[in-house]
Design a protein around this ligand. Sequence first.
Ligand code: TXA
Ligand code: MG
Length: 327
Amino acid sequence: MQDTKTKRRPAMVPATAENILDAARRLRAGALVAFPTETVYGLGADATDDRAVAAIFAAKERPRFNPLIVHVPNQAAAAREAVFDARAERLAASFWPGPLTLVLKRGAESRVSLLVSAGLDTVALRVPGHNVAHALLNAVGRPIAAPSANRAGEISPTEAAHVAASLGDRAALILDGGRCPVGVESTVVDLSGPTPLLLRPGGATREAIEAVIGPLGTASATGDGPARSPGLIGRHYAPGRPLRLDVTTSGTADEALLAFGPAVPSGYGETLNLSPSGDLVEAAANLFAMLRALDRPEHRAVAVMPIPSTGLGLAINDRLRRAALAG
Ligand code: TXA
Ligand code: MG
């Protein structure tokens, strides 16, 4: 999977206080550092440094038009970069720190690199709820731009080893903070227009967000008007094997099975269960690691059992549907 450029041993270190300070020094000097958040691992750069931000796009081989999320330690720091209205303040108070990203109008005083917004007049902000991410943000003292720490199109990393396998030494340092507890990316809500829009389902549930600010519109990526969020459309999470979704009948041994719940159909080859008890929180935490584990050449395809679309199931089904789209 790795090419010759990435064969060198990645610098993966435990996320001790000393290593977090080292990571902060490197970030301030313009280097890329991968770090854990509660959702997935991020590939961080100083968001105020154009060159460092450009290096993220290069390391991920990511198209320039896809904007990045900016991570800050608290709402006061977020308010320096964007315009908060009453809705934004209520969501921030309810969900931060945590797996919610707010797309807001860029503030006049924002120091965030224009490359981060990829030409839009908005900025996506979040306060991560992970103690390593929090310590790192405080030590850096600047906003950190961080997409998921994988090459463009690959499944997001929920363990430091996934980052090393995908990016090799393209990150100067990988802080290993263990497995990401939420396991799917943050929910992205666009508050830059009159109607709040759900741009990406994720770790904060639609139900919980709507309980705070009322109904969310759903962004239509292909409908009339410009796409609100170019990176949120189409095939994105791309395993090597085809995925067959909503499978309830028995199968054959050449197909792997990603199961959910207690009633598992028979006949399949290697089987992993996202949550034998049918718990969506457990299923989200296991999703990417299990997809990776089953994505091996000895399986012709990966069959996936149906998962309810409530709570975290909305994000799980979004990722599965996009992974299943034909290349
Ligand atoms: O959980 C997460 O959100 C992780 C961790 C590392 O924080 N980050 C993450 O970033 O998933 P990334 O870059 O893989 O996904 C960010 C998504 C992209 O699809 C992008 O299009 C959208 O957020 N986005 C970023 N800035 C935006 C903006 N100004 N307007 C609309 N969408 C934006
Ligand atoms: Mg990503």
